[in-house]
Design a protein around this ligand. Structure first.
Ligand SMILES: [Zn+2]
Length: 294
């Protein structure tokens, strides 16, 4: 993780100025992938899967706790990410994705959920584009008060994945509150024996997520925020810690890495009667929906 101190100012400016105007750009044939190259990990073979089947298969297998307009927004994200991966092959050389859920998205092609079929059908052929480029539109389970930039989390700058004020989830309760004995905390984080909880320091990225944990040891030891969250059993690295000398109370918001669209946030926006294109505008301001024609 990296800390980009000026990023937040640009972010606030951008979010404040961009209009929430859905736009759909028609595209005449070609351009987008309609087949996804899928690595079957059991055999090592690369299968050609219809893109729409892949979208439905991911929505079915992942069971994203979204419905209606929110699930349609997620469907566009899955299709956009798949289309991006088909073109750029960021993870697998000969395939856009694989069927291993610990590597790529969960997937089933053996059964299709009705809601998934409907969400895919109602957004069929639609992908998200930003400045003409397909967006690798990632999603995560739930906020934080702000979403994270791809740059801060992945170290790769995607202009459309720059983080937004996640106001729709600002009042949600923490996803986890953990109490750890102050004496146990350094050991739990794998810190040296001379580390003490009262010197715990959390360096945060511009979204408020913990980028790095240190113990005031003069820079001799530091731990990545994601690794710290894993060691503490937290669902995200959007956390704070307070100590009274005996106990450290850790409060964590949201679940997932915070990049892209929050699925709980999308669901809450849908409950406020936002349409899927408005939900996409909320999380990917300035992006447009491109319609692939048959
Ligand atoms: Zn994979």
């Amino acid at each position: 993780m990296k800390n980009f101190s000026l990023y937040l100012f640009a972010l606030v400016l951008c979010v404040g100025l961009l209009p929430v105007v859905p736009r759909v750009l028609p595209v005449e044939g070609g351009g987008d992938a309609e087949v996804l190259h899928l690595l079957r990990t059991a055999t090592g073979e690369v299968a050609e899967v219809p893109l729409e089947d892949y979208v439905i298969g991911v929505l079915t297998a992942a069971d994203y706790a979204c419905d209606g307009e929110a699930l349609k927004a997620v469907a566009v994200c899955v299709r956009s990410s798949a289309t991006y991966c088909e073109t750029h092959r960021p993870t697998h050389r000969d395939a856009a994705a694989c069927d291993d859920p610990t590597c790529c998205a969960p997937l089933t092609l053996e059964r299709f959920d009705d809601a998934a079929v409907e969400a895919a059908a109602e957004t069929r052929g639609q992908t998200l584009v930003y400045e003409g480029e397909t967006v690798p539109a990632t999603t995560f389970a739930s906020g934080g008060k702000k979403t994270a930039s791809a740059n801060a989390v992945y170290g790769t700058d995607f202009p459309c994945l720059r983080g937004v004020e996640n106001t729709i989830e600002a009042d949600e309760p923490p996803t986890k509150i953990a109490k750890v004995a102050a004496d146990d905390l350094p050991k739990l984080l794998g810190a040296p024996d001379d580390a003490t909880a009262d010197e715990l320091f959390l360096a945060k990225d511009p979204s408020g997520r913990v980028a790095e944990v240190t113990f005031g040891l003069g820079g001799t030891w530091r731990l990545d925020g994601t690794d710290a969250a894993d060691r503490l059993g937290l669902p995200s690295c959007f956390f704070d810690a307070e100590t009274d000398g005996t106990w450290v109370t850790v409060r964590c918001d949201g679940e997932g890495d915070g990049v892209g669209l929050s699925r709980r946030g999308a669901q809450k926006l849908a409950e406020r009667e936002k349409m899927y294109d408005e939900i996409l505008q909320f999380y990917f301001p300035g992006a447009e929906i491109r319609q692939q024609t048959e």
